[in-house]
Design a protein around this ligand. Structure first.
Ligand SMILES: Nc1ncnc2c1ncn2[C@@H]1O[C@H](COP(=O)(O)OP(=O)(O)OP(=O)(O)O)[C@@H](O)[C@H]1O
Ligand SMILES: [Mg+2]
Length: 363
């Protein structure tokens, strides 16, 4: 396991994921790659690392790299309409040369001013124009790669055109299929921690056939042990950390920072557990008795077996669990059909919930 410095902070492991992406980008584009996983597992960090360190050499990347990479992170963008989507990611740039990429950058897409104007006025279809642009790039010998983070933000946006309103997200997904499976022009990677969204895609027959799903979870026990051992943590403490924090990288980093300031480990872990519990308890208070009873049952399963199996549950129960997933307290995996804590600390919070509500327990 490697620990290196990336953007001034430690970057831990992820060697397998990095290798997977590098191989994926070396293949011919055939399917759209969906990357999902629990909140804060490190999806964005891995892909940004791959872009910066593996795809684009640090200096003059626009000339040296064999790739043409566009990375659009919708999280930071305020996208309320089709036009704000256009304004955030597409800018007018006249040149057609390689230097254009240096001006425009990785996070934006340059279009000729008049073309962009026509797209804005709906005289031209954005996706048709975009495919033409990508074709030009591919013809010039570069391999195009399009990466979209936090795609679910496009969910409620509609494009108004002559035939009425169409969903931007649907148009966009069709465009991704066109780029990969049909024309093999460009790789498309789509990231999200919103598994309700992933479930919708995964259960859509057309998308399922044309997509690949990759999960980036928290670190495994072996990786955590190796990391903590390297950092000089005592072996009995390593067990304790795994018990409370599991493989959640940001929490482990927070722990190191607290330890460096002289904080007691057990005290820190207990406090994190308490915080998870209070978050759960507060959200739970908004539901009626029947939902609470179901939640207690789910919690018991998770605490006892490590997960709750969602096969065959009622639609209303599924919707209820999805609310907990949207709240990022539980992690809902539509491929493995399992619900767990969003990270280990929430499972400790559930344990505390059960201890404090013994009268509601089933077993
Ligand atoms: N491999 C890593 N080594 C060190 N720190 C990491 C690593 N991966 C993620 N982090 C840190 O953990 C935090 C969460 O990471 P990141 O935002 O990449 O997760 P994410 O899965 O994209 O989250 P979200 O679900 O919010 O999209 C960040 O502060 C990031 O710097
Ligand atoms: Mg992210």
């Amino acid at each position: 396991m490697r620990i290196e410095t990336y953007r001034g902070a430690p970057f831990v492991d992820r060697e397998e994921e990095i290798e997977f992406f590098v191989d994926w980008f070396n293949d011919v584009p055939q399917r759209v790659l969906f990357v999902y996983g629990p909140k804060s597992s490190g999806k964005t960090t891995v892909i940004e690392y791959v872009i910066e360190k593996k795809l684009l050499p640090e200096k003059e990347w626009w000339q040296k790299s064999k790739y043409w990479v566009k990375y659009l992170n919708l999280r930071e963008a305020l996208i309320a309409s089709y036009n704000s989507f256009l304004d955030t990611f597409f800018i007018a740039d006249e040149g057609d040369d390689v230097e254009r990429e240096a001006r425009v950058g990785v996070n934006l897409i340059g279009l000729k001013a008049e073309v962009l104007e026509r797209v804005k006025k709906k005289q031209e279809n954005l996706f048709k124009i975009f495919i033409k642009e990508i074709k030009k790039i591919a013809d010039s010998g570069k391999k195009p790669i399009l990466i979209i983070d936090e795609i679910q933000k496009l969910r409620d946006i509609y494009i108004q055109n002559g035939n009425g309103e169409r969903e931007l997200l649907k148009e966009f997904l069709n465009f991704c299929i066109r780029l990969t499976k049909e024309t093999h022009l460009s790789h498309v990677v789509i990231l999200t921690s919103n598994t309700v969204f992933i479930e919708r895609i995964y259960n859509d027959a057309k998308m399922k056939l044309t997509s690949e799903f990759m999960k980036i979870g928290h670190l495994t026990k072996e990786k955590v042990e190796e990391w903590l051992f390297k950092e000089g943590v005592k072996s009995e403490d390593i067990e304790l950390v795994w018990e409370y924090l599991g493989g959640a990288i940001p929490l482990i980093l927070k722990m190191f920072s607290k330890l460096r300031k002289g904080k007691d480990l057990k005290e820190f872990l207990e406090r994190e557990k308490w915080l998870a519990y209070t978050e759960i308890n507060e959200f739970l208070a908004g539901f009626d008795d029947e939902d609470i009873k179901f939640f207690i049952k789910v919690s018991e399963e998770i605490v006892k077996n490590g997960y709750f199996n969602i096969e065959g549950i009622k639609e209303s129960e599924r919707k209820f669990l999805q609310k907990w997933a949207e709240k990022e307290i539980l992690f809902y995996d539509p491929l493995e059909l399992k619900v767990t804590g969003n990270s280990r600390i929430y499972e400790k919070g559930l344990e505390l919930l059960l201890e404090r509500r013994p009268f509601e327990r089933v077993f």
